[in-house]
Write a protein that binds this ligand. Structure first.
Ligand code: F6R
Length: 249
């Protein structure tokens, strides 16, 4: 069974996750090594970044040995667009810490169609060359997606161009002023890419995620709910609040 930790609220849960990330960074620092982090965007990890920024400003936590790879980006997407995941990551996190911007990797939503395949292979190669991801942070979409691996994704999938599910586009419509403005595609790390991380933390908050969390944790393993693949990993933990865990038996 999947390890599940339930916290009273997202605030306390996020602080706990941020402290784990800080420990990883400091342990690596002591050994003179880099910490390679897989990061997510969206409302779920937001408070984790807030706490990490606080630790940087108030406790001197340094990110100079941190290398990051984001899960995904819309396609097509200009990095300076308000809705881009590049904007999200810089506005909510990177602009407020001392990370070397050369160590930040976010899939490029401007790459030309015929270069995407090579670009995605290179994204994978860069992660592997660093010895793989030490920790991957995940949220979960109401389709059961992790990253933008929508229903139908293969367990061994790599970084690639995907088509977003209609529900995912509806859930994103508020940020784009209507579903018709949400890109139909995205570049995402694959399920296989995520699986190679040494540690995976999936977070979910609020009652809106209760049904999909139940399927992910207790449902049969199926491509229809890609998050169920995580049941096959020995390195994953679900971090939930009371509400998102409320449908679990
Ligand atoms: C974001 C990502 C997505 C989100 C998921 C939940 O980089 O890969 O899988 O984690 O869509 O989004 P929120 O957190 O906004 O509910």
């Amino acid at each position: 069974k999947l390890p599940v930790t339930v916290y009273p609220n997202p605030e306390i849960a996020s602080i706990a996750v941020a402290h784990r990330i800080a420990s990883l960074i400091k342990n690596k620092q002591q050994k003179g090594e880099s910490a390679v982090l897989g990061l997510a965007t969206g409302s779920t990890p937001h408070r984790v970044y807030v706490e990490l920024i606080r630790m940087h400003k108030e406790e001197g936590l340094s990110f100079q040995n941190v290398i990051t790879f984001n899960l995904d980006e819309y396609y097509p997407m200009q990095p300076d667009a308000e809705q881009s995941y590049v904007s999200f990551m810089y506005n909510t996190f990177f602009d407020h810490i001392d990370i070397d911007k050369n160590n930040v990797h976010i899939p490029d939503g401007t790459i030309s169609k015929n270069e995407i395949h090579g670009y995605c292979l290179e994204y994978e190669r860069k992660i592997s060359a660093l010895g793989g991801l030490d920790l991957q942070l995940l949220g979960i979409g109401r389709t059961g997606h992790i990253g933008f691996n929508e229903p139908g994704s293969a367990p061994n999938s790599g970084t690639r161009l995907v088509t977003l599910d209609d529900l995912t586009r509806r859930d994103a419509s508020r940020n784009f002023g209507g579903k018709e403005n949400v890109p139909t595609k995205a570049i995402t790390m694959g399920v296989g890419t995520i699986f190679k991380a040494k540690e995976i933390i999936l977070m979910a908050w609020n009652s809106t995620k209760a049904d999909i969390v139940k399927k992910a944790v207790e449902g049969p393993i199926t491509a229809e709910v890609p998050a169920t693949y995580l049941q096959l990993s020995d390195n994953v933990e679900f971090v939930l609040d009371t509400e998102s865990s409320s449908a679990l038996t």
